[in-house]
Design a protein around this ligand. Structure first.
Ligand code: ADP
Ligand code: MG
Length: 302
């Protein structure tokens, strides 16, 4: 059986601990020992979990050094079942490990000082994208979105697919935190086409994927800032010029003012109408997902 060895101290004021592996979520076929060699660098702490970045020496059939993450309840109230659930999701999603979700090196659990301690050991997959959403490339966002499709097509929803649970490892997206993941029969009908107008959750067919696409800002924004005014995209059309001008009424004192503002609005309306036409002309083969594409192997062209 594999085990995790935490040296004394670790910056956590703990004794040396040896934890047996209770779920070999990862690929290792022979027992390995994971020796944590660096002080634990805390990168996240809530009332439920602490997360540390560490270096680990792995001994066994394939000795190596790895940069890893320890996700644990060691400093909070024990939640062994939640950890077991997350580890079982990593096992279910084994084929995605190391690419789109972290490699999971196992769940290690022990009863220490009268309490259950769980430590999930994961590949270090970089930092959350939450604060950098405006700096991400379209390619990165498209990949993150397609990884979420892939998860759904494998029959699971994430359950907490917020930007904080998407990481960036050297330009590659990774989805993490499968504590709330559960089986899901996905009803998604549409692909996400960047720049298209948001088709709405019902037409789209899946709440979690729809929400993620909105959060990644993949669709055209619903509101358009123009000359200090905030217009809803739906209201911007040649037919509604008078309606738009009414929104600016406060600044209109004469017919000349009205004409000047009407002219100022024209480039905006022309641009939004052009985008609308482009979206309306996206052909069905590109827009809709066919049954064939619901198979995992056919997924990569999304
Ligand atoms: N595999 C990982 N690689 C890098 N950072 C991680 C990894 N797993 C977790 N983290 C960091 O720890 C934070 C919390 O982890 P997460 O699994 O989301 O726990 P929680 O259930 O408390 O939200 C993440 O937002 C991320 O910053
Ligand atoms: Mg999280």
């Amino acid at each position: 059986m594999s085990k995790l060895v935490l040296p004394p101290g670790l910056g956590l004021s703990l004794p040396s601990l040896e934890l047996p592996c209770t779920s070999e979520a990862a690929a290792q076929s022979t027992p390995q020992v994971f020796h944590v060699t660096t002080p634990a660098d805390e990168i996240h702490h809530t009332q439920h979990t602490s997360v540390y970045r560490v270096d680990i020496d792995v001994t066994g059939e394939h000795p190596r050094k790895i940069s890893a993450i320890l996700k644990t309840d060691i400093l909070s109230s024990p939640r062994p079942d939640k950890f077991r659930h997350e580890a079982s999701m990593y096992t279910e999603l084994k084929r995605l490990q190391g690419h789109s979700i972290p490699t999971c090196f196992g769940l290690f659990q022990v009863s220490w000082d009268g309490r259950d301690v769980s430590v999930l050991v994961l590949e270090d997959c970089g930092d959350s994208i939450e604060a950098d959403i405006d700096d991400l490339t379209d390619e990165f966002k498209a990949k993150a979105m397609s990884y979420a499709y892939r998860l759904h097509w494998l029959g699971f929803e994430h359950g907490d697919l917020e930007l904080r649970n998407i990481l960036n490892k050297n330009g590659e997206p990774f989805l993490i935190d499968f504590e709330h993941a559960k089986p899901h029969k996905c009803g998604v009908k549409l692909r996400v086409i960047m720049g298209e107008q948001n088709p709405g959750e019902i037409a789209f067919g899946c709440r979690e994927l729809h929400r993620l696409s909105s959060q990644l800002l993949l669709w055209a924004r619903c509101y358009v800032q123009y000359d200090g005014f905030n217009f809803s995209r739906n209201s911007i059309s040649w037919d509604n010029m008078d309606g738009l001008l009414r929104r600016m009424e406060f600044y209109i004192r004469s017919d000349a003012d009205r004409e000047r503002m009407r002219n100022a609005l024209k480039p905006l309306v022309a641009q939004v109408e052009e985008e609308r036409e482009w979206c309306g002309n996206i052909d069905e083969a590109r827009r809709y997902i066919s049954m064939k594409q619901m198979h995992f192997e056919d997924f990569d062209d999304i």
